[in-house]
Design a protein around this ligand. Structure first.
Ligand code: NDP
Length: 283
């Protein structure tokens, strides 16, 4: 059996088309959704992410602002800029690309973004709202995964879900969203004993670790849905996920590829959150 593949590029194109229509509708009310992105330092991966986010905004008929600062910038300058963007009514979403240089207090920076413009959903107020089942902004990667599960008609109610990874940006919010859909959720991490014991029980397995191809076909329940969030580089410089796609696709029922899976959906849901923020301003 070969698994059905959820094509993140195709789903993204479909969702972005819908977002562009909504952005065009807002434009008739004189509102152009605007995302401000802040990048500190020269990390090449971060620079690519920000460039892609900004380009995706423009393509969807939204506006973007990109502020790039040298790695040794005084954090006070960045805080001042965030305060300015918070106060600017023409800006609807603000994102600070992580990781920040070591001399920054990342948590304080994220907390300085207005919760109403926190389109990444990282502000404590928004994390709390998500925990309470009443999210204002859903963090983009888990939001994209939920869209993918929905598009593939994966049954959620009562499903055994195993998430590998407990980060604030992927693992934990993913768990909250699936719990809200009445899944039974297990979160594994680097100290979990016998990872394969857990993963083999999963109807839905989400890998968000950052270790190339660590989930192999023998760790997957036949017919399971496998969502690969990981982005890693092979020694040859190729992109690959946390799942060994070749062996996993022979066992899984549904699977996401890397590249072309969760990655494009993450950017799409950032656009969705920015648009939602702008729509809230219009009402
Ligand atoms: P973090 O490094 O913040 O978290 C990794 C998690 O994996 C931690 O909880 C860690 O456990 C756990 N872990 C590490 N080693 C093992 C192991 N051997 N067994 C089980 N669990 C382990 O990463 P992120 O959540 O930020 O990202 C995860 C991956 O997803 C990365 O590859 C990242 O590039 C990718 N990513 C992709 C996105 C996309 O759009 N597709 C968006 C965001 C991230 P512990 O807590 O104990 O340390």
């Amino acid at each position: 059996m070969t698994a059905k593949i959820i094509d993140g590029n195709a789903l993204s194109a479909e969702v972005r088309g819908q977002l562009a229509e909504r952005a065009a509708a807002l434009k008739t009310k004189g509102i152009i959704p605007c995302l401000a992105a802040i990048l500190v330092g020269e990390d090449p991966a971060s620079a690519v992410y920000v460039r892609n986010k900004v380009a995706a905004c423009e393509k969807a008929g939204m506006r973007s602002i990109k502020d790039v600062y040298a790695a040794d910038i005084d954090p006070a300058v960045v805080f001042a800029r965030i305060a300015e963007l918070n106060a600017d009514p023409s800006v609807h979403g603000i994102l600070v690309q992580l990781p920040l240089p070591k001399h920054f207090d990342s948590e304080a920076v994220l907390e300085s973004v207005s919760p109403e413009k926190d389109v990444d959903g990282f502000h404590a107020e928004n994390v709390g709202a998500l925990m309470q089942g009443n999210p204002r902004f859903i963090p983009c990667t888990p939001y994209g995964v939920m869209k993918m599960l929905e598009s593939a008609h994966v049954p959620l109610k009562g499903a055994e879900v195993v998430i590998v990874g407990r980060s604030n940006i992927v693992g934990k919010p993913m768990a909250m969203l699936l719990l809200a859909k009445s899944c039974t959720v297990t979160i594994c991490h680097s100290q979990s004993k016998d990872l394969a014991f857990h993963t083999r029980r999963a109807d839905i397995l989400v890998a968000a670790v950052g270790r190339a191809r660590m989930i192999t076909g023998d760790m997957i329940k036949p017919g399971a849905t496998v969502i690969d969030v990981g982005i890693n580089r092979t020694p040859e410089g190729k992109l690959c996920g946390d799942v060994d796609f070749e062996s996993a696709k022979e066992v899984a029922g549904v699977i996401t590829p890397v590249p072309g899976g969760v990655g494009p959906m993450t950017i799409t849901m950032l656009l969705a959150n920015t648009l939602e923020a702008a729509e809230r301003c219009a009402t």
